[in-house]
Ligand binder design. Structure first.
Ligand code: C2E
Ligand code: CA
Ligand code: CA
Length: 633
């Protein structure tokens, strides 16, 4: 019989090139890679043996009969398994491979293999007649059936898990199944032309281009794995419901590094860092998921701990760019344990990005541990930051007012202004929360000034002095007061609104964050000289020290509500507060008690000689219109 083997020869050459490319650039990371490699070599042997068999059949007279049997038997053995391997690869792509699939695929393949091996006796696939001519056995039809059967399983799995596959994988799976089934049908119709090898090589090429090309999963700059591969890894562990410890390494001020050393050197630093991380671990666990963020997947907590310390230490030393040029690059490190099944891939990626931002702000030189509910916290924080920026852009801030009762004059003589922030989709957020965020990101400076501006406008709109109000209490953050031009900014606002400085009393809370006491005192003095008063807020809430009381020029002390409430709850607190009030009076401070909620509390506190009372008993902080109603009563 004459055969047309030109397709087979072409396919063999393509396949050789494909194998060289794959082996040169590839890394066997996943089971799919290993199966793909097996598939490549199976196809190579299959086509090669097929071509050899064509030659040995044609020259059967010259070739020993046993050798001809061996070669042809081998060909049918390989043919028995090829469709099953292709379907197995598709099942692995879906990551839905189950024992029943393996059994369903391997039973026909094994039967076919046994029949091929028993060939000389059963003559199932072929035999050589007395004239040493090759005769097809009736069993060859079984190979077509097996091929179509495996194709059907592949088609069934691809359609069933279409969503899970995503469009690229789905079309890859469908097209390779289609090509192979077509190849089989064509082969059946044109038995003299060998085409099945071509359909197999075409499938391998499609898989290479869409899934197995190393350029798809390796970062071209650093040769680490890339973001895409990291997402695939996440999918894989999500399936297996495992815990995955991660170490995230991000370079600080990378933009600046690029500016100072140039982009080429910036890239070189990334390569150095990537090389170091790959050397430290193994190159199959280091991913570059964006510009300067590397993620290392770890095996255990113990490994995480060791690695963190090593990496931290390495970043205390410079990176050598050239013989004479070094770059000191710092990095922030985050530890994050992914609990599979609890977060989606997208949430995990967002958590990593947000954790890096947080770590850059707050955890310099330390390891930032990502908490389990981190993403909700980040979302909330981001929404608050956005709302704060909107206020800064619109140059307005909502403020509520709470009257303060004078026990001597038996009327409201002052009031406290309290900032309010309504965050879209969250609602009103307590100032305790948003002021802290604003302090961390520096927005407290413009926000604080907006509050002062709004209060000044309110004083004029409501005509407060007419109602006998002697001053307004405004909360300021210590961070604001440490700004060099703070006093000047305040003077400008007061001037713009023609408010006398003596009408303003700033409330300051002692914090551990006084970085420059000098600047703070300087500002306070400037403002005091102009007539602005200062109240010490939250006295007795924890930080307050006697030192702070005397070092800074306060005229009013506000007793924290927790101290006031404890007074009514236990004996010791009663003694402490009694003595505190006595001491403050001796030091000539005026005293405000906060958190007054009942008439009994009001009476007792007034009897103690406390000058001012503030709390829900009188009024909660209210918006401007409600406050005006209080005024008019
Ligand atoms: P703060 O200065 O101690 O303000 C008093 C807080 O106690 C206010 O909470 C007020 O609503 C609440 N309060 C008043 N009377 C009572 C009462 O009888 N019972 C109870 N349970 N609470 C009462 P708010 O408005 O949530 O403010 C919290 C903190 O946020 C303020 O504590 C202040 O430290 C800060 N803050 C508010 N506005 C500003 C601002 O414009 N700038 C700065 N830097 N901080 C502000
Ligand atoms: Ca206050
Ligand atoms: Ca307070």
């Amino acid at each position: 019989m004459e055969f047309n083997i030109s397709f087979e020869i072409c396919s063999l050459s393509f396949l050789c090139i494909l194998i060289i490319f794959y082996k040169k650039k590839g890394k066997n990371l996943y089971l799919t890679d290993k199966v793909y490699e097996i598939f490549l070599f199976f196809a190579l042997f299959d086509i090669a043996i097929n071509l050899i068999s064509v030659v040995t059949i044609a020259h059967a007279v010259w070739v020993p009969l046993w050798l001809n049997y061996v070669i042809n038997t081998l060909y049918f053995v390989l043919q028995s398994f090829l469709p099953a391997i292709l379907t197995l690869y598709i099942a692995l792509m879906i990551r839905k491979i189950e024992t029943c699939h393996i059994i369903m695929l391997s039973i026909p393949a094994c039967i076919s293999c046994v029949l091929a091996l028993s060939g000389p006796i059963t003559r199932f696939y072929f035999y050589f007649n007395q004239n040493l001519e090759y005769v097809k056995g009736f069993g060859q039809f079984f190979l077509y059936i097996n091929g179509i059967y495996c194709g059907c399983i592949a088609l069934y799995l691809s359609i069933k898990y279409r969503k899970k596959l995503g469009s690229v994988l789905f079309y890859t799976a469908i097209s390779i199944t289609f090509i192979n089934v077509c190849g089989l049908l064509l082969q059946y119709l044109l038995p003299k032309h060998f085409v099945t090898g071509t359909s197999v090589v075409l499938s391998l090429l499609i898989i290479y281009l869409s899934l197995q090309n190393p350029d798809i999963y390796i970062d071209s700059l650093t040769r680490t794995l890339n973001r895409h591969t990291f997402v695939v890894k996440l999918d894989e562990i999500q399936e297996r419901k495992k815990k995955l410890p991660l170490l995230i390494v991000s370079l600080n001020n990378f933009k600046l590094i690029n500016q100072i050393f140039g982009v080429m050197n910036g890239d070189y630093i990334l390569k150095l860092v990537a090389g170091y991380l790959m050397e430290l671990t193994n190159d199959q666990s280091v991913y570059r998921i964006s510009g300067d963020i590397f993620v290392i997947t770890l095996l255990s907590e113990q490994e995480a701990e060791n690695l963190c310390q090593k990496v931290l230490l390495r970043f205390t030393q410079p990176w050598k760019l050239q013989e004479t040029m070094q770059a000191s690059v710092s990095a922030c490190l985050c530890r994050y344990d992914i609990h599979c099944g609890k977060e989606t891939d997208e949430e995990i990626m967002k958590t990593i990005d947000s954790a890096v931002l947080e770590a850059k702000k707050h955890a310099k030189g330390q390891i930032y541990h990502v908490k389990p509910n981190a993403l909700q916290v980040f979302y909330r924080k981001a929404a608050i930051e956005e709302a704060l920026s909107a206020c800064i852009r619109n140059r307005s801030f909502e403020v509520h007012y709470q009257p303060i009762y004078s026990t001597k004059e038996k009327r409201y003589t002052t009031l406290e202004a309290l900032a309010r922030l309504c965050v879209p989709e969250v609602g009103y957020v307590s100032p305790d929360e948003f002021i802290l965020i604003a302090e961390q990101n520096g927005m407290v400076i413009p926000v604080g000034l907006l509050v002062v501006e709004e209060v000044c406008r309110f004083i004029n709109r409501a005509n407060l002095p007419v109602y006998g109000f002697e001053s307004v209490e405004i909360n300021v953050s210590v961070i604001q007061c440490m700004q060099e031009d703070f006093a000047q900014e305040i003077f400008d606002i007061l001037k713009r609104n023609t408010i006398p400085p003596s009408y303003i009393n700033f409330e300051l809370t002692e914090t551990a964050a006084v970085l420059s006491e000098e600047m703070l005192i300087q500002n306070m003095k400037k403002l005091m000289e102009a007539g602005v008063g200062f109240s010490m807020d939250d006295y007795g809430s924890g930080y307050s020290t006697i030192n702070y009381l005397t070092a800074l020029p306060f005229s009013v002390i506000k007793l924290d509500k927790t101290m006031v409430w404890s007074y009514f709850k236990n004996q010791e607190a009663r003694i402490i507060m009694g003595k505190t009030v006595e001491m403050l009076k001796m030091l000539n401070f005026r005293i405000v008690a906060e958190g007054v909620e009942t008439s009994e509390q009001a009476k007792t506190l007034a009897a103690m000689g406390i000058d001012f009372l503030q709390g829900y008993f009188y009024s909660a902080p209210v918006p401007e219109p409600a406050f005006i109603t209080i005024l008019k009563k």
